[in-house]
Design a protein. Structure first.
Length: 278
């Protein structure tokens, strides 16, 4: 049974961190991957709160291989920049950084920017942290609207965020931001850790508000090649199809061995995915 199209497969360049952008793109071309999600922060995809790397050379690399970059992911799981910073200067620098991520993505042809709910200090309340995240996203949505980019917000694991680690918490943020440029995305690792299902997400947000996925195997922890974890690939793909999802299935692979020979693991991953693809 086929549940998705091959063109929905999208590779995030995170596990190619020790290799050049050219090598990453060459590998994806060999695999027949047409779409990539670009993590900005390495491989010449430099970005900060003051500006970003000229995008023309990157566009040429993509165009030469017939590959598109529909998703930009500014590095957002470190402490330099995040969506709910408590300190005023860091909050403003974070806003400028993610606004530059939107601008950079637009120049690369991206229509989505990946995001998360951010985090606060452990002694802060959910309300305190969420208030800052709402302000951040409402401001970023105004920038996104100008550049025709939509923000796709995922949940995190509890070790990463106590205020953005479950579907109900994300729903609260979603409702309070209340902007057409603010949508959500499923990360199957965070979803699995929270004990949620794909159907739970569609029941909560509806198909129209789920615009992207990080679609990976897990135990439930881990961002694993399909077959290295315990998630049911066919069941997950069927659930997406049954709910009318036709967006990207982005492969965010972060287990340590993948970084030494990412193309080998991409080949294994692709073989498993294509069993259920048209």
């Amino acid at each position: 049974m086929k549940y998705a199209r091959r063109q929905q497969i999208c590779t995030l360049n995170i596990h190619y961190a020790n290799f050049t952008l050219d090598y990453f793109l060459d590998c994806q071309q060999k695999l027949g991957v047409e779409n990539v999600e670009l993590l900005a922060g390495h491989q010449g995809l430099w970005l900060d709160h003051k500006g970003f790397e000229p995008t023309a050379p990157i566009r040429r690399k993509l165009e030469a291989r017939g590959i598109k970059a529909p998703v930009i992911t500014p590095e957002n799981c470190g402490f330099a920049y995040q969506f709910a910073s408590q300190e005023k200067d860091q909050f403003e620098h974070s806003f400028q950084y993610f606004a530059n991520g939107i601008r950079m993505g637009a120049e690369l042809g991206s229509t989505l920017m990946e995001a998360n709910p951010g985090w606060g200090y452990a002694e802060e309340s959910f309300e305190e942290v969420t208030k800052r995240a709402v302000e951040m996203f409402q401001r970023l949505c105004e920038v996104a609207d100008e550049y025709n980019v939509t923000i796709a917000c995922e949940t995190l694991r509890p070790q990463e965020s106590k205020t953005g680690d479950t579907l109900p918490k994300l729903k609260t943020l979603f409702d309070r931001v209340n902007h057409p440029r603010f949508k959500v995305m499923i990360d199957t690792c965070a979803m699995g850790v929270a004990g949620e299902s794909i159907q739970d997400w569609f029941d909560t947000f509806g198909t129209e508000n789920i615009v992207h996925t990080h679609f990976i195997d897990g135990n439930p922890y881990g961002h694993l090649v399909w077959g290295d974890g315990n998630h049911n690939l066919e069941k997950y793909l069927k659930a997406l199809k049954d709910n009318g999802y036709t967006g990207l299935l982005s492969q965010e692979l972060t287990d340590d061995p993948y970084y030494s020979d990412p193309f080998f693991y991409d080949q294994r991953n692709m073989k498993n995915l294509l069993r259920y693809m048209e």
